[in-house]
Each structure stands twice: as C-alpha cells, then as structure tokens.
Design a protein around this ligand. Structure first.
Ligand code: SF4
Length: 238
C-alpha cells in the first residue's frame, strides 16, 4: 500500500513550500502554525515569517510584541509566544534530543520535526493519518508521511471519502463506506476565544486604556503573557 500511495503522491501531491526544506527551524515554524490553522492560510504566513525571521536566532532576537503582531490572523496566539520561546531555547542550548522540551512542541509536533527535518524513521499520527490507517487496516511507513497528509486532505475525507479516485481503493476494506459527521468544532462566534482575539487585535493596533477593553479578555491575555498592563494602559509585551 505504501508504494501505491507514494506513486499517487508523485503525481498528485500538493506543492507545499515547507516540503522544499529540511531546515528544522523552518519545519518547526510550519508545524506550530499548522497545529490549529488550515494549510491554505498558513502558506503565505509561513513564507512571510521565514522572510522576516529566517533563523531561530533572528526570531529569538525579536520582541514578544513583534512576534504577537506578526502572528495576528493565525489564531491561538499563545503559539506565537511558544514559538518565540522555543527559538530562544534553541539559540541558548541548541536543539534538544527530546524535542518536547521545547515550548509549544508536543509528541506529535516532535515526531513531525524528527521525520521531516532530521529524516528519522518515525511516523507522526494526526487525525488524518489515524483515519487512513484505521480504514485501510495498514500501518504505513514514515516515508509515506507527506502522501498520507495529502490523501487525508483531498481523498480519504472524514465523512464522505472519495473512494472512486483513491489509489488504495482496490486493497481497502472500507471502500465505499460513509461516516457520521464528526463532532463539530465549538463555535468561535460569540465565544470567549473570539473576545480574546478581538481584544488582542485592538491592542496590537495600538496601546489602549483598560477601560476601553473587555477586562476579562485582558486578564486572560495578560495571564498568557500576550499583553501587559501598566497604569491602566494595555499594550503588547516588549
Ligand atoms: S478506499 Fe476510501 S476509505 Fe479506503 S483509503 Fe481510499 S478513500 Fe479512504
């Protein structure tokens, strides 16, 4: 199955910019961005980020405020600070053997970096990869990672898989099945997450008086280190 999949990938794989590099820092940036943001939105932001901060050292030298500002629109802003702290840790101590020691890097992201940057034989298993393995009953090898990403994103979809165009169909026991809708993601509209995002956007535009802002959102942002408050003025950290 791995071979069938990789042949399909050679013809149909997406041209994602981070596939052209083995630089662990560039892969780290892509993986942190992709944790909670869709690929299409990440592509231009990843390029811009790497242009501005091409190395971990360049990012480590930025201020937290600059990093938060550059992250705006990607959502889940704590990732920006984690990435910044990870860059500082890499500059100070080098890449750790255990990548989960880096801020913002859990077991999945660590495995993704080990596979893509260091060429280690580990297969990071996200929901797409898990779904394909479960449906096909096949344990794919680490070299199939990029192909699995694309098959999961374009063919072996969660609810209505496109088995008619799937390269694995002849060997897949789940061919033709339909699936119940997955659990919906919690609504963003009207949520506290939205209030936090709006408040951070206002503060990213310019420092604001606390009285102008949603105080609960400011308190939460401040706890996460995303804003600072002094004498009633709320600003990005410097
Ligand atoms: S045949 Fe259908 S269920 Fe099986 S891997 Fe392909 S798309 Fe997924």
């Amino acid at each position: 199955m791995d071979e069938l999949l990789r042949e399909w990938f050679d013809r149909n794989g997406r041209d994602l910019p981070w596939r052209g590099t083995r630089d662990p820092y560039a892969i780290l940036v892509s993986e942190i961005m992709l944790q909670q943001t869709q690929v299409e939105r990440v592509i231009p932001r990843w390029r811009a980020w790497l242009e501005r901060w091409p190395t971990a050292a360049a990012l480590a030298a930025a201020t937290s405020g600059e990093v938060i500002l550059a992250w705006q629109g990607l959502g889940y802003n704590r990732r920006a600070l984690a990435l910044h702290r990870a860059a500082q840790a890499i500059v100070t101590n080098g890449w750790p053997d255990d990548l989960t020691k880096l801020p913002g890097v859990g077991p999945y992201t660590a495995a993704a970096i080990r596979n893509q940057a260091f060429g280690e034989p580990v297969l990071p298993i996200d929901t797409n990869v898990a779904r394909i393995q479960e449906r096909t009953g096949h344990a794919f090898g680490p070299d199939s990672l990029q192909a699995l990403f694309d098959l999961g994103a374009t063919v072996c979809l969660a609810r209505v898989p496109r088995c008619d165009v799937c390269p694995l169909a002849a060997a897949c026991p789940s061919r033709g099945r339909r699936y119940e809708p997955l659990r919906k993601q919690s609504r963003f509209e009207g949520s506290f997450r939205q209030r936090r995002a709006l408040t951070l956007r206002l503060v990213a535009d310019a420092p604001r008086q606390l009285g102008e802002l949603d105080s609960e959102a400011v308190a939460a942002l401040s706890r996460d280190g995303l804003v600072e408050e002094e004498a009633g003025l709320v600003r990005l950290p410097v």
